[in-house]
Design a protein around this ligand. Sequence first.
Ligand code: ZN
Length: 475
Amino acid sequence: MVALPDKASAFIDWYLAVVEEAGLTDKRYGVKGMNIWTPYGFLARRNLDTVIVREIEATDSQPVEFPTLIPANEFAKEKEHIKGFDAEVFWVTKGGASELDIPLVLRPTSETAMYPVFSVWVRSHRDLPLNVYQIVNVFRYETKTTRPFFRVREIHFFEEHTCQVDEATATERVRSNLRAFRQMAEAFVLPYLAVRRPDWDKFPGAFYSVALDAPVGGARTLQLGSVHHYRENFSGPYGIRYEAPDGSQRLVHQTTFGLSERLLGAVVAVHGDAKGVVFPTALAPYEVVIIPIVGATAGDAPRAAATELRDRLRRSGRRVYLDEGEDRPGAKYYRWELRGAPLRLEVGRREADSRTATAVDRLGRKSTVAFDALEREVGDRLAEFDRALAERAQEAFRGAFAPAGSLDALANSERVRYFSWCGREECGHRVETAIAGALLGTPEEGLPFETGPLGPCIACGAVDGVRWALAGRPL
Ligand SMILES: [Zn+2]
């Protein structure tokens, strides 16, 4: 058994310990920032992808997969874009012993891979909208300290790219993505805020960027993903045009929506506690873990009953693990709490005889489940667990924010702060200095809690054009 560092006072140490001890990742690979997806981590990641695919396909997006390598000439075509990623890309310059005529870039994201092809795919207004997504690995030469799931050099990445007839339709696609993310976040039981990034912090080449930020303790925030409106900034350089019904040639307006394995890191960061990881049901590699309690006098009955429970739950579509290892039951309870299983069922001699199992959820709530109503009762316990987890997360979310009336109030802040801002970049930078972090931006869909009225700008005191803004310390 290991003692985890204290989450509140040593968050990063706690996080690094918990992802390793829970067996989600193995950092012992010879390239910095490239971790191994262990079986347990891989299963969680697959569940993450399942939810993402379900929700994005419900908005009429179709899967594609583009190649990993991008020719340097296509990569260079969008000047603003290359300015954003040039310092972060891995290059492939040789094939065997020969230098390549055109060097290749390992995709850091796929605009420059897809858009030359979109210019061929899109011909007429009848080809629009074009909504496609892929879930692939992308590569970024990260120079800051890398952290499992939060900041890595090989990123498991979801990216949707769309082409729309005009700016208004592209704006509607942004809204549709935000609605889809609300559904995903509900499955992950993750409270978050949609925040429009200030111009100096938007995605390279974007008209505007909306980030999905989750508070993760103190003033820390984690960007879970982002949605971008590109207007014609990419379709111009890549020549993505269509013939409108009136016969004129027009450039498409584009959007993108990006998510990554950070969502898994966020689930660990937000729900995890002193005992370890806490998985919401939708993400848990195993929703139910069954532990037979076999003592010297128990005989075969507990093992037979546990096997029956496993087989029936599997047939009903549950992800189940029967822990038949040699460890004592106490050690198994400890391990599956550390690994975050939502529900465990304990079956000893007494349970086998009475055809009931003792159920304990990851929040420590104990109940009894009758074999006769197994499938329904397990479903009920998991739903109750998710509801309780959501309540706990909502309470922490509400407590993560505090108002600020002056720049002085931002220093050493232990909360994410909201305040009035005039919108000027100069004032934004003064806020960033004061909090030693970032001006996250302005809430895209309002603040999800009661506030007082807007006051003068926190930095310059101007009253004209003020809006709510948020600041914190992004991880
Ligand atoms: Zn100001």
